[in-house]
Design a protein around this ligand. Structure first.
Ligand SMILES: Cc1cc2nc3c(=O)[nH]c(=O)nc-3n(C[C@H](O)[C@H](O)[C@H](O)COP(=O)(O)O)c2cc1C
Length: 235
C-alpha cells in the first residue's frame, strides 16, 4: 500500500471561532503529522462561497491525496455548506487532478448522545464518494458532540479517551494507505456518558436557562400551534 503523503482537513461547521468538528480535525491533523503526513486545514464556510477562495481550496484539494471532511449533523443530515461543497466538487470534477486516486474520510458529530443519528449523513458521504469517484475509507461518527464543545481533545483527557484512541488508530491506518479500522469506528461511536445522565443534565440545564429568562412557567407554550382554541386540550 502506498503511504499517504498529504491530507486536507475540511471543517464543515459554521461555528466560529471553535467547533467540535474542528477539535476532531485538529487532533487527527496532529496525529497524521506525527506519522509523517503533510497536512492542511481549511474552513468550508470561508471557501465555498467566494470564487477566489474556491480556487485556493482547489489547489489544496489537488495537492492532497486524502480529504477529511469533519462536520456537525444538522436536522438529521449534512449542513448546507457541506452540501454546497459537494455540489461544487461534482460540478468541477474535470478540474480536480487525479480525482479517482484521492481518498475520502468523513467525521460527523451530532448533539444527541447516540451516534446512530449520523447514519444518514454518513450514507450521503459514501454516495458522494461513489459519484465523485473517490476512494471511500469509511466514516467516523460521534454522538454527544457538545460534550467536546470545541475544546482541544488533549484538554479533556479521560472523558474523550475513546475518541482520541479512535483517531489514533485512524491516523496510523490511513497514513499506511489503509482504510479506517472497524475498531476505530466502533470506539468513536461509544457514548460519553449513560443516556439517562445526558437527558437529566439536559433537562436541568433547560429549566435553569428558562428561569434565568423568567420563562419557567412557559415551558409548555406552543405559540405556533395551528390547533383551533376550542379543540386544544387543557394543560
Ligand atoms: C441547525 C442545527 C441543527 C441540528 N440538528 C441536529 C440533529 O438533527 N441531530 C442532532 O443530534 N444534533 C443536531 N444539532 C446539534 C449539532 O449537531 C451538535 O451541537 C454538534 O456537536 C455541533 O458541532 P460543531 O461544534 O462542530 O458545529 C443541530 C444543531 C444545529 C445548530
Amino acid at each position: 500500500m502506498p503511504k499517504l503523503k498529504q491530507t486536507l482537513i475540511l471543517v464543515g461547521s459554521a461555528k466560529h471561532p471553535k467547533s467540535t468538528s474542528e477539535s476532531l480535525g485538529n487532533y487527527l491533523q496532529k496525529r497524521l503529522e506525527t506519522q509523517g503526513v503533510e497536512t492542511y486545514k481549511l474552513k468550508l464556510y470561508q471557501h465555498v462561497f467566494q470564487p477566489s477562495a474556491r480556487e485556493k481550496m482547489l489547489e489544496f484539494m489537488n495537492d492532497s491525496d486524502l480529504w477529511v471532511l469533519t462536520f456537525p449533523l444538522y436536522i438529521d443530515s449534512t449542513p448546507y455548506i457541506v452540501v454546497k461543497w459537494m455540489e461544487w466538487v461534482m460540478e468541477n470534477k474535470q478540474r480536480i487532478e487525479n480525482l479517482t486516486e484521492k481518498k475520502f474520510l468523513p467525521i460527523v458529530n451530532c448533539g444527541f448522545p447516540e451516534a446512530k443519528h449520523n447514519e444518514v449523513a454518513i450514507s450521503i458521504c459514501e454516495e458522494f464518494a461513489k459519484e465523485a469517484g473517490l476512494e471511500w475509507l469509511g466514516g467516523l461518527s460521534l454522538g454527544g458532540g457538545e460534550s467536546i464543545h470545541g475544546e482541544p481533545l488533549d484538554s479533556k483527557v479521560g472523558m474523550v479517551r475513546h475518541v482520541t484512541t479512535a483517531l489514533d488508530l485512524t491516523a496510523e491506518a490511513v497514513a499506511d494507505g489503509l482504510v479506517v479500522p472497524d475498531q476505530a469506528i466502533t470506539l468513536m461511536a461509544k457514548s460519553f456518558i449513560p443516556k439517562w445522565v445526558y437527558t437529566l443534565v439536559g433537562e436541568v440545564g433547560w429549566r435553569y436557562r428558562a428561569k434565568q429568562n423568567g420563562m419557567q412557567n412557559n415551558l409548555k407554550d406552543r405559540p405556533y400551534d395551528p390547533t383551533p382554541e376550542h379543540k386544544k386540550k387543557p394543560r
